[in-house]
Design a protein around this ligand. Structure first.
Ligand code: AHM
Ligand code: MG
Length: 334
């Protein structure tokens, strides 16, 4: 049984930055993940954790109590390991500047972006939810305050990205740009063990995942692609699977072979998902698993962000399926 800590040490040559800082970063991510896992597991038992907190977050959505809890746990845990200089969270309008005890700013190098609890509409109904994280090296000098520019970096500059899925078991999946690895939590002893070495999309294309309730609102190219997925021809129709938790839908599709689509539509002109907290980390994992991530026409990881909470249409999955989707989008514009 190979633990996450042992795995990181044994593979330290693959990481371009310090192993010690990576271990400290993971130690805070694991700690927060275990605390959230514990709360998720007893969500049905306690009214203090299910339901709305009564707060409308920066996205204009009702914040759930567990969203709020996960946000706080992650921030505290990341601060306590003294390894990051700045954090931005889907749940907070502005980025958080970390200060050191006797200083106005932190000399640490890592910038962390978080969706502390993704798929929160599923909390109260026992459906998988997740945490998504993404790490960059700051652009500003270590002897100054961090700035917004430290956070607005293209996705291809990520040095680490991953998610934790709180499902039938709790799994942490990550990449440092050298393949995708998954570790399952043994809740009895609180240790993550390697369970999914070198995950990649399988050859066989099997699944399409999209909220078809929005069908009438979709651009024509998306409608044509859906009809293509449903056509009885060759290896089609594909199976339709949609949980409404990006982490859950992506995890299944990466293991079983499927495309995830959240396009723009008439009520959501820029799509729904957030580039920095959701799309970039999942796009990094997608490419590392041999797939492709696009906004319908261009590579997600090449988009230069202009604001912290910006949204984008998001399509990810096996290369052939995403290419096909882009071809339908291009054809509909001619
Ligand atoms: P959240 O960050 O508020 O939880 O929203 C993101 C979620 C994704 O996990 C999921 O893929 C998508 O929203 C589902 O949206 P919809 O209900 O519109 O299909
Ligand atoms: Mg989210």
């Amino acid at each position: 049984m190979y633990t996450l800590g042992e795995f990181i040490i044994d593979n330290r040559d693959r990481f371009l930055y310090s192993t010690e800082s990576l271990l400290r970063l993971f130690s805070s991510i694991k700690l927060a993940a275990k605390a959230i896992n514990k709360e998720v597991n007893k969500a049905g038992l306690t009214k203090t954790i299910i339901g709305s907190s009564g707060i409308i977050n920066i996205q204009g959505e009702h914040q759930q109590k567990l969203d709020n809890y996960a946000h706080k746990v992650f921030i505290e845990s990341l601060k306590s390991r003294n390894v990051v200089c700045g954090i931005a969270s889907e749940e907070e309008k502005n980025f958080i500047m970390i200060k050191e005890e006797n200083d106005n700013f932190s000399k640490n190098e890592y910038i962390v972006l978080l969706d502390p609890l993704d798929g929160s509409s599923n909390i109260d109904v026992n459906v998988p939810i997740g945490t998504i994280f993404s790490v960059y090296i700051r652009k500003s000098s270590i002897n100054t305050n961090i700035t917004l520019e430290d956070f607005l970096q293209e996705g291809h500059k990520q040095i680490l990205a991953g998610y934790i899925i709180y499902g039938s078991s709790t799994i942490l999946v990550y990449t440092i740009g050298n393949g995708v690895y998954g570790f399952t939590l043994d809740p009895t002893i609180g240790t993550f063990y390697l369970s999914h070495p070198n995950i990649s999309f399988p050859e066989k294309e099997k699944i399409y995942s999209i909220n078809e309730g929005n069908y009438d609102r979709f651009p024509i190219g998306v409608k044509h692609f859906i009809k293509y997925c449903q056509e009885n021809k060759g290896n089609r129709p594909y199976t339709a699977r949609y949980i409404g938790s990006l982490v859950g839908d992506f995890h299944r599709n990466m293991i079983q072979g499927g495309i995830y689509i959240y396009p723009n539509h008439s009520h959501s002109p820029n799509g729904k998902l957030r580039l920095l907290y959701e799309c970039n980390p999942i796009a990094f994992l997608t490419e590392q698993a041999g797939g492709k991530a696009s906004d319908g026409t261009k590579r997600i990881l090449d988009i230069k962000p202009s604001s912290l909470h910006q949204r984008t249409p998001f399509i990810c999955g096996p290369i052939n399926m995403v290419n096909k989707f882009e071809a339908f989008m291009n054809k509909s514009k001619i």
